[in-house]
Design a protein around this ligand. Structure first.
Ligand code: URA
Length: 286
């Protein structure tokens, strides 16, 4: 290995260690950067015997799906899951002083439901109601989400509900309303959602709206209108993209309600939840 190359490698590793200490577990790496790191090793003249070798360390994950399967991590008992969640909550609370983590100075909205849930719903960020109550999806969008969950035969206590952001985004220029999270906020907060997913190890995640999907997939492959209903994956966990309940509140058409219901029926099938004839007919025009 040439001196310049090993210096570059050392600097890169130390930078990555630094980020990891700060809670960053995934980074987006361009193909050019990856090539810049691999190229000197591939040059025949650099190796003593002229053979081309690619060291195992040269595999750099550039998207979330490349990370290890969620199911490879240790399966925890319910009690251990609860204490892991408590620890995570404390970690977030003690990082409150950090301006990158806390833009608004509001209440922590951690997540709610069963740590043993097979089904996890991921939303975008708490709004005003959630900030006040300290619980996700308690406002109008939340009430609609509850109706959707109940229509499957499940209830709020049997699933787990969390957001990508754990605090309501600040709205400095407005006196009311909620703001869509910025990309840097999604990236700052995603590691905490990732830890919740690792603890729960759900069988299916429903991604509610574009921000949730952007968080889970690391990028949006296409708009939510085309993505919805098409299975995606987050580190081996099947992810069903669907519209955010707030969108449903704004767009009351039967066609859109039916689309969300069809997404939910795919989730039910995946979880082996029986679907009655009556359920199959929901939101179909007679
Ligand atoms: N919208 C979200 O995405 N999450 C909530 O908790 C409430 C509204």
């Amino acid at each position: 290995m040439s001196g310049a190359y090993s210096q570059l490698l050392e600097a890169t590793i130390s930078h990555l260690e630094d980020l990891k200490q700060k809670g960053v577990h995934y980074i987006d790496v361009s193909p050019e950067s990856v090539n810049a790191l691999i190229e000197p090793v591939l040059r025949k003249s650099d190796s003593a015997d002229g053979e081309i070798r690619i060291p195992p360390q040269s595999v750099i994950h550039s998207s979330r799906e490349d990370g290890p399967s969620i199911y490879d991590s240790q399966r925890l008992s319910s009690a251990d899951k609860v204490s892991a969640m408590d620890q995570l909550r404390d970690e977030i609370l003690s990082s409150n002083k950090s301006p990158e983590l806390l833009a608004s100075g509001a209440n922590l909205v951690f997540g709610v439901g069963s740590v043993d849930a097979d089904l996890m719903f991921v939303g975008e960020a708490p709004g005003e109601d959630e900030d006040r109550e300290g619980e996700p999806f308690v406002g109008k969008a939340g009430q609609l989400l509850m109706k959707i969950i109940q229509a499957t035969g499940l209830d709020r206590k049997k699933v787990y509900i969390a957001n990508v952001l754990k605090y309501r985004p600040d709205t400095p220029s407005k006196s009311f309303g909620n703001r869509k999270p910025r990309k840097d906020e999604i990236e700052t907060w995603f590691p905490f959602l990732m830890r919740q997913i690792e603890i729960i190890q759900p069988k299916v995640i429903v991604g509610l709206g574009a921000t949730a999907l952007e968080g889970l997939l690391g990028h949006m492959p296409t708009g939510i209108t085309r993505l919805r209903g098409n299975w995606q994956s987050y580190r081996s966990v099947p992810v069903m993209p669907t519209f955010h309940p707030s969108y449903l509140l704004r767009n009351q058409s039967w066609a859109v309600k039916r689309q969300v219901w069809e997404d939910m029926m795919q989730v039910m099938e995946r979880l082996n939840i029986p679907i009655s004839e009556k359920q199959r007919g929901f939101f179909l025009r007679k």
